[in-house]
Design a protein around this ligand. Structure first.
Ligand code: FAD
Length: 338
């Protein structure tokens, strides 16, 4: 198999705005392409979206394959999958990364299955490495790293033979690089080719609403877990967040118990957060909750159990009942803020 070592990133856009995760993946792709001696190639599909190529270059693309067509104005599975599959057959990319957004989660398996390629969902790490199997050494494979078996192991998955090596990554997992306004690249216009069946689905109406909270970009987060005990008692968490000017979050157990809405969930199946200050109240600190949190600024944990795993990553460890500790914190903050 001859490889030009193109590292592809699906540049997901809606209404002319690129998803943050795509920019994060361009930064990661840059690193991988340098390791492979290859190029970063962005895939931009939509209608009248050519201006977005500039952002793609600034975040790390060397080349953008631009498919600009009225039928691509809104995401639909079949037309998007058709364009990308055709391009992948022509250009034989080595790696293909997509955001684990609703769109990416829909598109990636469709493309992987058409190309008979391997796909790992929700990777928490991507790096290059060698792999040996049956006396053969494969160099510079994509290590697709993610928790498996309920978070009990961290699995490293490789695709030795099939290309592209495909992975989806959730927003906030990869670090966003600094854009370089001086970076430019090449735009390759793509003429999409659709079969009639690709256009069978028509979008009759769209309803959108703004996100209820922005955990990913919050600099202060106050999170409550099962230890808060009840929906009513969660008001304590909200109060502390209000006083500190932060966002409210919850563990999955708190969400499952109905203490707080699912959009507030932090962790592997929630939002990956890296705030300046994270206050975990009545949260045990399971590995799924802590996913990606290790790069937060300061972590404060309040827990009655001195052995709680959250204390392993906490900078300030308060062993105590949150019902006593939080009111004291609020009082102290208000006193000092006077
Ligand atoms: P618990 O583990 O029950 O901990 C409650 C804590 O509160 C205990 O440590 C206890 O000592 C303390 N406590 C009790 N009373 C008080 C009090 N009065 N004052 C102070 N402390 C008190 N979890 C997530 O959070 N996010 C995810 O995205 C996520 N994804 C998952 C994905 C998979 C595939 C799986 C299998 C699990 C996932 N989980 C996730 C669940 C995770 O494994 C834990 O079950 C969950 O995080 C536990 O939530 P918790 O810490 O609030 O509850």
């Amino acid at each position: 198999m001859t490889e030009k070592n193109e590292v592809w990133v699906f540049i997901e856009q809606e209404d002319g705005r690129i998803a943050d995760v795509s920019l994060e993946l361009l930064s990661k792709a840059r690193e991988l392409a340098e390791g492979l001696g290859g190029t970063v190639c962005g895939l931009l599909l939509g209608h009248q979206v050519g201006d977005l190529t500039t952002t793609g270059f600034q975040y790390g693309a060397d080349l953008v394959l631009l498919a600009d067509h009225p039928e691509l104005a809104r995401y639909r599975t079949l037309p998007y999958a058709r364009v990308i599959t055709d391009l992948a057959r022509q250009r034989q990319p080595t790696i293909f990364l997509l955001g684990a957004t609703p769109v990416g989660r829909d598109l990636a398996p469709r493309v992987a299955s058409a190309l008979r390629a391997g796909l790992t969902a929700d990777c928490t790490g991507l790096q290059l490495g060698d792999f040996q199997q049956k006396g053969k050494t494969y160099h510079n494979l994509l290590y697709q790293i993610r928790p498996a078996f309920g978070g009990n192991i961290i699995a490293t998955i490789v695709n030795p033979e099939t290309r592209p090596q495909m992975a989806t990554v959730r927003e906030g997992v990869m670090r966003l690089g600094e854009p370089d306004p001086a970076r430019h690249g090449e735009v390759v216009q793509v003429e999409p080719r659709f079969e009639p069946a690709d256009l069978a689905v028509k979008v009759l109406e769209r309803q959108t609403w703004p996100p209820l909270c922005d955990l990913k970009n919050a600099s202060i987060i106050v999170a409550g877990g099962a230890g808060v005990g009840s929906k009513e008692n969660f008001e304590l968490i909200r109060e502390l967040a209000r006083v500190l000017g932060g966002e409210v979050a919850g563990s999955r157990a708190a969400v499952d118990a109905g203490f707080v809405g699912p959009e507030h969930q932090v962790g592997q199946t929630g939002v990956t957060v890296r705030p300046r200050l994270y206050i975990a109240c009545g949260i045990s600190g399971a590995v799924q909750h802590r996913a990606g949190m290790d790069q937060s600024g300061t972590i404060v944990a309040i827990n009655t159990d001195p052995q709680a795993p959250i204390f392993d990553i906490a900078h300030y460890k308060i062993v105590g009942d949150l019902n006593e500790v939080i009111p004291q914190m609020i009082h102290a903050y208000r006193e000092n803020a006077k």
